[in-house]
Design a protein around this ligand. Structure first.
Ligand code: NAP
Ligand code: MG
Length: 499
């Protein structure tokens, strides 16, 4: 029996959903002070899901004041760690209990497949709240080595009010990546979801209150980047920002910080990640599944997508045969149908951007072997999974982030050429290597300038392992793992002279 319901049953769940429309500030639903709203569109059908409060500086300021009050009163920031743990574990349970509702909401909002939404929201999101909740009462400070007449303690304190600015590709999962460690650390938060996908984070804020989070600790302000996002970046009473999104917008946050209160800014940004297939790799099901999901998972709208597949010429034909067979079998269509592999692009605008990159690839001389355009017979923002052969490393499609279902094969001769091409990018988020030779695997893993290297399987790691980028993919901060909490902590030395 399938673990999934039918598309009709998910549509029935959708018809009964309460669609959030207001900001969540200080524990309450609130309209934007300006009264402004924006249209939230289901990109798979082009229909409007509802109107959402369009927050600007005034609303961000209200949210920051609520967050500051909640931080200073200590109800969360100075609560015993086991109390914070209990709330985060309850929140994990509530997300699990509401996973279907949240997944349908997110699928409608983003065009993501119901299968992916159920997996992320039913399993990964609660794991984050649980794991960081469990960490809250297991994190110790240090005592420095000193002479006998001194006790020097090194303690960690929550940094204060944090601004969390999110992208649209994994809406609730990215919220969990930031919020779980920030809340575990004792911070209060002002979170801005992407304008395309505000709904699941808004519903989460309500569930957090049900879990026992004090009002004001988590505020969600939907709105546009230039208004709500910029107001967060420039607010002088926000102590730190953690941002996930494009490299271009990440750079704005550094500027906002330098022109306001010099708040530290954690950046998780774009990528142009390689997958290297050496000539000794077995072109088996596991490898082909990795190549497919590295390029097409989430419709390729994935920061760590391995779009540049650098394949040794000796195995290229075998590789392409298998990859093309699997690509042609992928089902594109209704995101609420559990048989669907690729849903809609997040918006009509983004679909056009992806299609224009496919045209650029063609005009640069790459050969389309599968896909190559909008999906026929579907009226929403659908793009067929596309495979290019003969991609040259100098082409724009090999250098710029496309963020769509495009797999490009760059043929090479040997490990040295593969490494040289893999390294030749402004980004440094992720890489995958396929080889049976342990020496070559380690050599490549050590020489690739990126935050995550996966060997013989495409993965971003999990909650336990830090995730972030070298070069223009990120700052020194990391999401996930115990490292993520550092973004939300200050370090204090308490030096006591004894008599
Ligand atoms: P984006 O356009 O950079 O937007 C990210 C967030 O910044 C959104 O909330 C956006 O608001 C806001 N924003 C936009 N312009 C702004 C401005 N001038 N000032 C302040 N805030 C502003 O990115 P996206 O298109 O949502 O997401 C795709 C990008 O995210 C890709 O580059 C991808 O690689 C990256 N990404 C990285 C990771 C990672 O962990 N490294 C994970 C996922 C995605 P609005 O959308 O509401 O305008
Ligand atoms: Mg939407």
């Amino acid at each position: 029996m399938s673990a999934y319901k039918s598309a009709e049953q998910y549509r029935d769940v959708a018809s009964r959903l309460a669609i959030p429309s207001k900001a969540f500030i200080d524990g309450e639903w609130q309209a934007a002070a300006s009264g402004n709203v924006f249209e939230n569109i289901d990109p798979a059908t082009g229909t409007m899901l509802g109107l959402v409060a369009s927050c600007d500086g005034a609303d961000v300021d209200r949210a920051v004041r609520a967050a500051r009050r909640s931080f200073e009163d200590g109800g969360w920031s100075r609560a015993a760690p086991e109390e914070r743990k209990a709330v985060l574990l309850r929140l994990a349970d509530l997300v699990r209990a509401h996973a279907e509702e949240l997944a349908v909401l997110e699928s409608l909002d983003s065009g993501k497949t119901i299968k992916d939404c159920l997996n992320e929201i039913g399993h990964e999101v609660p794991t984050f709240f649980q794991w960081y909740g469990e960490l809250a009462d297991k994190s110790f400070g240090k005592v420095a080595p000193t002479a006998e007449k001194v006790v020097a303690m090194i303690v960690k304190e929550p940094i204060g009010v944090v601004g969390l600015v999110l992208p649209w590709n994994f809406p609730l999962l990215m919220a969990a990546w930031k919020l779980a460690p920030a809340l575990a650390a004792g911070c209060s938060a002002v979170l801005k979801p992407a304008e395309q996908t505000p709904l699941s984070a808004l519903r989460l804020a309500e569930l957090a209150i049900e879990a026992g989070l004090p009002p004001g600790v988590l505020n969600v302000v939907p709105g546009f980047g230039e208004t709500a996002g910029q107001a967060i970046g420039r607010h002088s009473d926000i102590d730190a920002v953690s941002f996930t999104g494009s490299t271009e917008v990440g750079a704005y946050f550094l500027k906002y910080a330098s022109e306001s209160n010099l708040k530290p800014v954690g950046l998780e940004m774009g990528g142009k990640s390689p997958m290297i297939v050496l000539d000794d790799a077995d072109i088996d099901d596991a490898l082909v599944s990795s190549a497919i999901s590295a390029a097409f998972w989430n419709g390729g709208q994935n920061c760590s997508a391995n779009m540049r597949q650098i394949v040794d010429r000796k195995v290229k034909d075998a590789f392409l045969d298998r990859v093309l067979e699997r690509t042609r079998a992928l089902q594109v269509g209704d995101p609420l149908d559990p048989a669907t592999d690729l849903g809609s692009m997040v918006s009509a605008e983004h679909k056009e951007r992806v299609l224009s990159y496919i045209e650029i690839g063609r005009s640069e001389g790459a050969r389309v072997l599968a896909g190559g355009g909008a999906s026929e017979g579907l009226s929403g923002s659908f793009v067929d999974p596309t495979v290019f052969d003969g991609v040259d490393p100098s082409m724009r499609v090999a250098r710029e982030e496309i963020f769509g279902p495009v797999l490009g094969v760059i043929p090479v001769d040997g490990v040295d050429e593969a490494l040289r091409i893999a390294r030749d990018t402004d980004y440094g988020l992720h890489a995958t290597i396929f080889t049976r030779d342990i020496d070559k695997a380690f050599h490549l893993a050590r020489r690739l300038p990126c935050g995550t290297v996966a060997v013989n399987g495409f993965t971003e790691g999990n909650v336990t392992t830090p995730f972030g980028g070298y070069k223009r993919s990120g700052s020194l901060t990391r999401d996930n793992g115990t490292e993520a909490v550092d973004q939300y902590l200050q370090t204090k030395t308490i030096w006591i002279s004894l008599r």
